[in-house]
Structures are given as structure tokens and as C-alpha cells.
Design a binder for this molecule. Structure first.
Ligand code: EPZ
Length: 418
């Protein structure tokens, strides 16, 4: 088991580069199974969730190889269709494979998917969506067997906006007979990015990036090459970290600032000094950070994946902030750990936390609960007086590549020990 040891309050400054987007790369690796031709994907982050999904895809008999950030996926023959439960349980994104597999092979065994412990995370919307496309569903062995003789296009209204359900049904509908209309679809930027590439490979998708997506089924998806877009959550995390810990200018490069408008608004409201370029963000040191309220929403609202880092920043802000997590019901429990470090946070209910600031965090021995709470606690460790030890850093490695090396480049005192 590895851990991070952080000596807090070091002055941070300099430049940090954003990697390819995890939540795009997972979708592209899955979508490659729609095609019998080769997909070559670059700028893929080297993180645990990607390696787990790669192993799961290889276990289906698909040719998948990689060299650093460049992946090649070639599902030349029809893949196997039973997902390995030991791998599927490790990440929620395993559910994405159901779209391409059902469309291409007419059968999937989906063990109940795992992932971050941030809420109940049901899969009812996927099942309802598949059912509307003509898929038969049977519960079996702690999972579901999905079968169809052929997918047929239909109109499906998402009862709740869901990112991966939108992507999964959009992928499946590419090879369905006729037209599929997906209404109340999620609008996250990774969705039009995937749709544009699928269109280059022969799909016919209109409206991705809006709540109304129209897909005309085609008989095949071709091969192609693409570099992943940059990770908006990593960009946002670094920006919050820069406001929380920077003692001079920190420049975040290789990013797409237009993908985090609601974050810039909140950070500026809190008194942060931020300059946005076409592919960079510059954060200058600001002494007085004010408390602001925050409510997470679907894109383009404030991303739930940035809620925990922002909450950590609010511990050093003057005043009282209300952090309202609307998407997941167990995504505020890390606030207990922050209290253990000296914060004053009151949980009003599972969805709302009240942060009273400013407080001085102090180093403690803590455990990373999930990817985003994990990185937030790492930021807390960088802000804290003294030494912080973070256990279970697998949960940080799932989403952030070699984070300690990259933060050392800004002057952080953080090391990984076994
Ligand atoms: C995606 O998860 C992201 N994961 C998450 O990133 C992100 O937090 C989340 O979207 C919200 O932005 C990937 O893209 C791989 P949802 P997803 O389905 O698609 C409910 C990270 O750290 N729901 O949009 O699984 C669900 O419980 C993460 O990178 C159902 O009720 O989230 C939640 O309340 C973790 N039934 C809401 O919808 C369903 O069948 C939105 O979740 C599906 C979802």
C-alpha cells in the first residue's frame, strides 16, 4: 500500500500541464468496440481507471495495446460479451461497454458495476434506455444479461440527466435500425467530442452537447485516429489548488478554460485573481478569499467533481459558505476528515455542508475515500500546518497521473512511499 507524505505550507508557483481527459478516454476506449477497424487514441492519461478498463477490454479478446499515452484498440472479431466481474466491480465506467457490445453482438453480461463510493449509483436509466431500444433484460448472478436480435431506434426521455447513460445509449444507437431520439440528454463537453469522432468514423449523430440528440443508425463504424481533449476537472482542480496554496503566479497550460465557466465565476466571486487565455489559465496570489455559496449542477453548471476541492478552499475563506451537492448523496462525507484537520464544517444533511471560515488546517494521518475527495484532501495537506499522511492513494491514482511529481514541479513537498 502506498501513501503520500506532505509537508504543508510550501510556497507554490510555476507552470503545470493538464493531461488528457479521463472521462473522455474511458468513453473512447469503450466506443472503439463498435468498430471492426482499428482506433488509435493518443493523449490518454496514465491512470488506474484507464488501466483497469484496458484490462477489462483485453479480457473480451479485443486487441488492445499501449505505449505511454498512445492506445490502439482493434476489435477485429466480435468481442466476448461477458464482462469479468472482478474487473467490472473496480470501476463504474465498465457499464459503458454495454452500449457497443449490445449493438455489435446482441448480448452482454453486465456484473453490477463498482466505482467511487459517492452514492447509490443505480443503473436503472441504462436498463430503461436499452429496453426502449428493444433489449431484453434478465437479472442473473449479481448482474444483468442483456440480449437483442437487433436494436431498433426509438425515442427515449432520460428521467434524470446522466452522463454515462447518455454516452452508452448514444453509442448503442449508432448501430441500431432507424432513428433514435435521446431527450433530456447530458451536455458535458466529452459527449459532443465523442459524437464528432464517431461521425468522422461513419456515425450519424446530431445535437450532441444539447439535451436533444438524434442518431440515425448506420451499418458500420470505421477506424480512425484522435488525441483526447484536455481534462476540465484536472484544470479546475489545479486552479482551486493555485488559489488555495499559490504564493505567486501559477499558470495552468494545455487546457480548455471555456469548459469551466461556472468555476471561474465562483472563484472570481470569492476574490481569486484569474486570467483566462485560449488554452491556459493564470492564477495570481490573493490574500483575502471570501466565502461563497456553491450548488453543483449538470454541465454547464458547477461540476460535482470540483465540489470537494472548492470546499477545501472555503476553509480558508472569510465567512460562511453553503456547499450544496445536488448530484450524489454521499459526496460530502470527506468533510469529517477536514474537521479532523481543524476545519469547521457542519453537515446540514447528506446534500448540504456549511463551512465556517477561515480556519487553519493542521496535518493529520488521513485516508483518501474516492478520486475527487482524495485530491481535495491532498490540497488540504498542502495548505495545512505540519505533516499530512494520506493513505489509500490508489483512489487518487485512479484519476490523476503521477500527481506528486507534477506538484513537486510547483514547489510542493510531497513524496510517495510504500
Ligand atoms: C459521470 O458519472 C462521471 N463519470 C463522474 O465522474 C461525474 O461525477 C458524474 O458523471 C456527474 O458529472 C464518468 O464520466 C466516467 P451520472 P455518471 O449518471 O455518468 C443518477 C469522477 O470522479 N443515476 O451523470 O456515473 C446518479 O445516481 C466521476 O471522475 C440514476 O439514478 O454519473 C446521479 O445521482 C465520478 N440512475 C445522477 O443520476 C442511473 O441509471 C447523475 O449521475 C444513472 C444515474
Amino acid at each position: 500500500m502506498q501513501r503520500f507524505i506532505i509537508k504543508g505550507q510550501k510556497p507554490l508557483s510555476g507552470e503545470i500541464k493538464v493531461n488528457g481527459a479521463k472521462n473522455a478516454a474511458l468513453k473512447f476506449l469503450s466506443a472503439a468496440l463498435l468498430s471492426a477497424d482499428k482506433w488509435t487514441l493518443s493523449n490518454i492519461p496514465q491512470i488506474e481507471d484507464i488501466f483497469t478498463l484496458a484490462k477489462l477490454i483485453q479480457s473480451l479478446g479485443v486487441n488492445l495495446s499501449y505505449d505511454k499515452d498512445a492506445f490502439s484498440v482493434h476489435a477485429i472479431q466480435d468481442p466476448k460479451t461477458d464482462l469479468n466481474p472482478d474487473l467490472a466491480i473496480k470501476l463504474r465506467a465498465s457499464v459503458l461497454l454495454t452500449g457497443p457490445l449490445i449493438a455489435r453482438c446482441g448480448h452482454v453480461f453486465l456484473p453490477y458495476p463498482g466505482g467511487c463510493a459517492i452514492g447509490q449509483r443505480p443503473i436503472d436509466i441504462f436498463l430503461k434506455g436499452f429496453s426502449s431500444l428493444g433489449v431484453k433484460i434478465k437479472a442473473k448472478n449479481n448482474g444483468y444479461v442483456l440480449t437483442t436480435s437487433s436494436l431498433r431506434g426509438n425515442k427515449f426521455f432520460f428521467p434524470q440527466v446522466s452522463v454515462t447513460a447518455t454516452e452508452t445509449l448514444m453509442m448503442a444507437a449508432c448501430l441500431a435500425r432507424g432513428k433514435t431520439l435521446l431527450w433530456n440528454a447530458a451536455c458535458e463537453p466529452e459527449i459532443p467530442f465523442l459524437a464528432d469522432f464517431l461521425n468522422q468514423c461513419g456515425a450519424k449523430i446530431k445535437g450532441a452537447g444539447t439535451p436533444f440528440i438524434e442518431i440515425e443508425g448506420v451499418s458500420r463504424i470505421n477506424g480512425g485516429d484522435i488525441a483526447m481533449m484536455s481534462d476540465r476537472i484536472e484544470m479546475g482542480t489545479f486552479a482551486v489548488l493555485a488559489v488555495a496554496c499559490g504564493n505567486n503566479t501559477i499558470k495552468i497550460i494545455n487546457c480548455q478554460p471555456e469548459h469551466a465557466q461556472s468555476l471561474w465565476l465562483k472563484l472570481k466571486e470569492a476574490g481569486a485573481k484569474i486570467k483566462l487565455g485560449p488554452d491556459w489559465v493564470e492564477v495570481q496570489h490573493a490574500n483575502n478569499i471570501r466565502a461563497v455559496d456553491l450548488k453543483t449542477q449538470e454541465y454547464p453548471g458547477f461540476a460535482t467533481d470540483l465540489q470537494a476541492p472548492f470546499c477545501v478552499l472555503m476553509t480558508r475563506a472569510r465567512g460562511v459558505s453553503l456547499i450544496h451537492e445536488t448530484i450524489f448523496e454521499s459526496r460530502l462525507f470527506y468533510t469529517d476528515i477536514l474537521n479532523h484537520m481543524g476545519a469547521r464544517i457542519i453537515m446540514a444533511d447528506p446534500h448540504r455542508a456549511i463551512v465556517v471560515g477561515p480556519t487553519q488546517l493542521c496535518g493529520q494521518k488521513i485516508i483518501s475515500p474516492d478520486i475527487r475527495a482524495g485530491i481535495a484532501l491532498l490540497i488540504a495537506g498542502l495548505m495545512a500546518k505540519g505533516e499530512t499522511i494520506i493513505e489509500n492513494i490508489y483512489q487518487i491514482d485512479r484519476g490523476y497521473e503521477k500527481i506528486e511529481e507534477r506538484l513537486r514541479g510547483l514547489g510542493a513537498d510531497i513524496k510517495r512511499v510504500s
